[in-house]
Design a protein around this ligand. Structure first.
Ligand code: NAG
Ligand code: NAG
Ligand code: NAG
Length: 556
């Protein structure tokens, strides 16, 4: 039989089609009005999401209970010397759907963060009085209301002002902090030796606002800004590789043109790594928005094999244009592209049309056409517009929690896109009840027992149940610090796994027989901290396209 291109494409599509019902649609669910707009969000290993906004916008809609200390910061542009008894940060418990206000003292506007190996959220930079500050928020346990943010006292401060910088965790447990407005430089935290910033002229030649930074599997950093990328050896300060430009020059991807970027999931013992960058705007949109127009955003994505010595971008096309989207890695290795607008740019009053449609990108499908790896979702319910200053994170249930959106300077509720103080969950198709038979359920280690501690290269034993299918994959996902359309430190690994049916003695007969649906698995944890920097990850068992709920693992 002679197969033409179209036949081949069809066969490939069928072969890779997976076993999930194609049109289970997922849903939107309103969670809470937390009174604070979620400009920045991070999930911690206590399953509580820490979100915060900026502090110089006047009162938020969440007033502290009587007796809680109020903030007096003479540097605050709104309150001056008056006391501010409202919260600008919130701890939201995913399990109980409850929240409480937290205290931040200095301005966190457009700042960055990561989670230290011990599970503490480290957050740095911001505006004016906050621009060199380093703040710490532990993963609180129980209901201790005094568990809250602290600020590192001087001299533990950043070496340079960092407003719009990006953090990336390193294999040694430190983080590198890259860029910021007017800062073509980087530095490290915690500090070893002198508190110095190091020059990175590439950011001066491109754009130093929220660069997309990913830790490559060779230990170097992939850094993307505007439409260009380098592979950077932060230990020597040298550029290892200049990648080709993405697009013809007129399309920009980083803030304020605000595409998004992910390191695609790594395979077991990976020898290759790929980055996917989606959305953004033509360079001409900046001037057009200033003149009161809202040109369409980009539909294109670029995919690059960053481990190749001289790779070219493969350009793909999303179902709709998007700027200010968030790209969130899902437990099954797919990528959700969510939030943002179809026109304009990132900034106050700078976009006119919400993009309501989450899209799922399937990295493992073969490239057949520029569009075949994308699936536009049609979830039940109506999403709230998530425009500028919105964010998104993955939770352990496999949902994407979205929050924030405030395309105005202050909290404003009577405009087309009012300041949004809510949290909402997007449940992808795989959480649909029609997939329950396929959903693996991990019972050893028990999800109730808290994080499992593992060493690099260790073997982790799992037991799980799945009524239908045979779950064959295990993934681990580093939860992201998400702000301004980039999920900092997000990382996913497929792990080497051996699955076998569980043997059990049946009472009548006394012989060991497989128990239908019960499985045992031995999972090889990543071999090195270059593949998975130390800290907390969510681990999932995946059956075709259907993931289990996650368990937390701590690797060190
Ligand atoms: C926030 O508080 C203001 C002032 O009290 C009120 O007008 C507004 O409706 C509240 N908005 C939300 C979304 O809760
Ligand atoms: C705040 O109070 C301090 C000390 O009383 C005073 O020196 C300063 O001028 C005040 N600042 C403003 C903005 O009112
Ligand atoms: C990368 O580009 C920069 C600036 O154009 C140049 O100075 C440098 O030598 C290049 N490095 C490599 C490894 O190609």
């Amino acid at each position: 039989m002679k197969l033409g291109f179209h036949h081949l494409a069809l066969l490939l599509l069928l072969a890779y089609g997976g076993i999930a019902p194609a049109r289970a649609a997922g849903s939107w669910k309103f969670l809470q009005n937390v009174g604070v707009s979620g400009m920045h969000m991070q999930l911690l290993h206590n399953d509580r999401l820490v979100l915060f906004d900026r502090t110089n916008v006047g009162p938020s809609n969440l007033t502290f209970p009587a007796g809680h200390p109020c903030r007096i910061n003479p540097q605050d542009q709104w309150f001056r010397n008056r006391s501010d008894c409202t919260a600008h940060s919130v701890e939201y418990s995913v399990a109980s759907n409850t929240f409480r206000g937290l205290s931040i003292f200095t301005d966190t506007w457009c700042s960055s963060g990561h989670v230290a190996p011990d599970g503490t959220l480290v957050q740095n930079g911001g505006w004016r009085d906050g621009t060199r500050k380093i703040r710490l928020m532990p993963a609180c346990s129980g209901s201790d209301a005094s568990c809250d943010w602290t600020e590192e006292p001087a001299p533990v401060v950043l070496a340079a002002d960092r407003w719009y910088a990006t953090n990336q965790k390193l294999p040694d447990g430190r983080a590198i902090i890259v860029g910021g407005l007017g800062q073509p430089s980087y530095e490290f935290y915690p500090k070893t030796g002198t508190n110095a910033a190091f020059s990175l002229p590439f950011l001066g030649q491109t754009n130093s606002l929220y660069p997309f930074v990913h830790l490559n599997i060779d230990g170097n950093l992939f850094i993307f800004a505007s439409n260009r990328a380098i592979l950077f050896d932060y230990k020597t300060g040298k550029i290892v590789r200049n990648y080709t430009t993405l697009g013809s020059g007129g399309d920009l991807r980083t803030n304020p043109n605000a595409g998004s970027s992910v390191l695609l999931p790594l395979k077991p013992n990976p020898t290759e790594a790929e980055v996917l960058i989606c959305g953004g705007t033509p360079a001409t949109s900046n001037g057009a928005v200033a003149a009161g127009q809202f040109p369409p955003a980009l539909r294109t994505c670029g995919r690059l094999k960053i481990t190749d010595p001289n790779p070219s971008w493969v350009v793909e096309e999303m179902p709709s244009p998007r700027v200010m989207g968030d790209m969130i890695l899902l437990p099954n290795g797919e990528v959700a592209i969510i939030n943002g607008a179809t026109d304009g740019i990132a900034g106050w009053e700078s976009a006119n049309t919400f993009n309501p449609t989450p899209v799922i990108y399937r990295p493992d499908l073969p490239f057949v056409t520029p569009t075949n790896r994308f699936e536009a979702q049609a979830p039940a319910g109506t999403p709230r517009p998530r425009m500028y200053h919105a964010s998104a994170v993955l939770d352990r249930d496999g949902r994407v929690i979205v929050g924030g959106s405030n395309p105005h300077q202050f909290y404003v509720f009577d405009k087309k896109f009012p300041t949004d103080l809510t949290l909402e969950a997007f449940s992808p198709y795989y959480l649909d009840g029609s997939n329950d038979g396929l959903r693996p359920n991990i019972f050893v280690p028990s999800p109730k027992d808290g994080p499992v501690h593992v060493a690099y290269g260790a073997q982790l034993k799992l037991q799980f149940f799945a009524r239908d299918g045979v779950p064959g994959a295990v993934t681990m996902v580093a939860p992201s610090f998400t702000t301004h359309s980039f999920a900092q430190n997000q990382r996913q690994l497929f792990l080497q796994v051996q699955v076998k049916p569980a043997q059990a003695f049946q009472l009548n007969g006394g012989v060991a027989k497989p128990f239908p649906g019960f499985y045992e698995a031995t999972v090889a944890m990543p071999a090195t901290p270059v593949l998975a920097p130390p800290g907390y990850y969510m681990l999932f068992v995946v059956n075709g396209r259907i993931p289990s709920k996650g368990i937390w693992v701590h690797i060190q």
